[in-house]
Design a binder for this molecule. Structure first.
Ligand code: SAH
Length: 248
């Protein structure tokens, strides 16, 4: 069942009750894979109480120290965001996001990220997402409770599954028949590119403006394969030798 493979990732949730509520929302919709990045209150009584009958989802929840650990092998990462951002990022409606998740989940590892109750996801975390999803809401009161946001998106994913969204619309990378790059490979590429931009004088680390985010947005849009990332890193290594020593 593809729904079992979709990761729901909660980044630093502070209330155990919300974690339990998310587990219940997920299980109601047939999702089971919960990852918790540095949760403040887990495991605990609040989480178990709010999970009601979804204790099995909680028991199998994977706790990770960092977001990168939770999504290292993911090919598609979508972030749930309540807010407009300074730099426009591809923004999906819940049903579009659900279709994209389901289309990918057959051959790829997919994660949907949710942020902290008070402050949401940081820009650094959003930079790891290929797209964001926003749940339309009252503009004067647009931030849903964490478990409610998980419920809405889990519901949309279930609807898409029941509507039979399955075969991925063959994107360019899928047609090449090559594995897509993982989040970890892409993050290493960005670090490498940042080093080269700084070493060449193109990027002033004291005044990066929005340059690094724009670069990430560009590459996050295009579904790079592992091979393509390796080629780009090979070019970076070749043009900078011996100026920059890169770590691989
Ligand atoms: N005050 C925070 C929102 C925290 S709500 C902020 O301004 O960012 C906790 C999490 O629930 C958010 O990080 C987001 O992942 C999800 N969420 C809440 N409301 C949402 C909405 N309208 N659309 C998409 N995700 C939402």
């Amino acid at each position: 069942m593809p729904l079992n493979r979709i990761r729901i990732v909660l980044v630093q949730p502070s209330h155990g009750g919300n974690i339990g509520g998310c587990a219940r929302a997920m299980k109601n919709m047939g999702l089971t894979r919960l990852l918790l990045v540095a949760p403040e209150d887990f495991p605990g009584e609040e989480a178990s109480a709010r999970a009601a009958g979804a204790d099995d989802v909680l028991a199998r929840a994977q706790v990770c120290a960092t977001l990168d650990e939770a999504i290292a092998d993911c090919h598609l990462v979508i972030g749930a965001s309540a807010r407009e951002r300074r730099i426009a990022w591809p923004m999906l409606a819940p049903d579009e996001a659900a279709r994209r998740v389901l289309a990918a989940v057959n051959g790829q590892e997919v994660a949907v990220l949710f942020g902290r109750e008070r402050t949401g996801l940081t820009n650094d975390e959003l930079d790891r997402c290929q797209a964001l999803v926003n749940i339309p809401a009252n503009p004067e009161f647009s931030s849903l409770n964490l478990a409610c946001a998980v419920q809405v998106l889990a519901y949309e994913i279930r609807c898409a599954a029941e509507a039979g969204v399955a075969a991925a619309p063959a994107g360019a990378a899928a047609m090449l028949g090559e594995p897509l790059a993982t989040s970890a490979e892409i993050q290493r590429f960005y670090q490498h590119l940042d080093q080269v931009m700084v070493a060449s004088g193109f990027l002033d680390p004291a005044n990066p403006r929005l340059l690094t985010r724009r670069i990430r947005r560009l590459f996050n849009r295009i579904e790079m394969t592992s091979n393509e990332v390796n080629i780009l890193r090979g070019i970076l290594a070749a043009v900078t030798q011996p100026v920059v020593k890169t770590k691989s």
